[in-house]
Design a protein around this ligand. Sequence first.
Ligand SMILES: [Zn+2]
Length: 361
Amino acid sequence: MKPQEHTDVQEAADFCAWLVRKAEGEFDRLRIIPAIYTEDQWADCRDALAQRLTAEFPHARADSINEVFDSSGSQACVWHPFEGTGGFRTVVMKINLDDCRTGFWPDAVREAQAVTIHEGGHVVGAEGRGGVNSSLFEENTPDVFEVLLKSWLGQREDAEALLQMRVVKPGEASALAVSRRYGFPAVYEEAVALGERYYQRGQAGQGVSLAEMVEAADELVEDRGQTLNQWFGFADAMYALSGETRDPADILGAAVKVGHPHAKIISEASGIAPNLGFMLAHSPNPFLSRNAAFDYPGRPESSGVKPSGDQKGGPYGLGPWPSGFAVLDRDAGWQGSYDLDLNVRDYGPVAAPPPEEPHFS
Ligand SMILES: [Zn+2]
């Protein structure tokens, strides 16, 4: 186990500050409060955030603020305009460094950057779409966006790490993590092909706009809606079979038998060979369609159980991050227990919207 270095936290935080500056530079009514922390410091980080939010946004709705505090996970909490924020769309972008130790990426800083970009994809995606976030775009646009920006940064091989994370559980290479929310593997090849264009632009020293990139990601997701639904159908069928088998080889075997379009990429990414000898207890095969999955006789009644666990798994091959937290400040300072020298742009106090700004709700 290689322990993380304190400088790794600095590098992850510098990247986060860079992305925040870039996003705010492109969307002039966007304000992001980034917070970086380790799980054991979440309570302290939360207190620092609470102080800051209540001081700066006294009229923000309590449920919006509570959303920030509900969980310790990495998350982008987007507040609606005019909700006590002086007309700005305000976002709290939380990066839990312990979410960034799945081991799929070449190193933990690269993974922390990936998580930061994913959360950033939620932020600029909501900005581009005016806050409307349908389920199809919700997690798939940020994933595609991640591939595009990573490619522009010259890290196109990181797409494969993301593919693996969306197929197998971190720390449990033999357990499938196919989910109804994250359909990225279904559009993996198209995302990589699109990423190649951004890679070339990055190599040629050409700049890139986050707004343009998130629009391209949205378009890809929209174009491939049917494919993504088939992917979610795979998750539905896994759930339908969960009372019968949870062995990924059996699940892949059942999927291959009826030619499910995503059995191949799941098998390749996970390295798990389908068990073609697996016999279903009922018919028709739940991998035939989403309806077949919902109607499958053996499907467990309780709907509270998800077909896959959440993505937070145990890290492997990586030591812990240095413990601490940093809430990056708008006056180029920070609060927290990391001794970081973070350079966040000073953009002054939140101002009232100009009078001609149209109000909407
Ligand atoms: Zn997400």
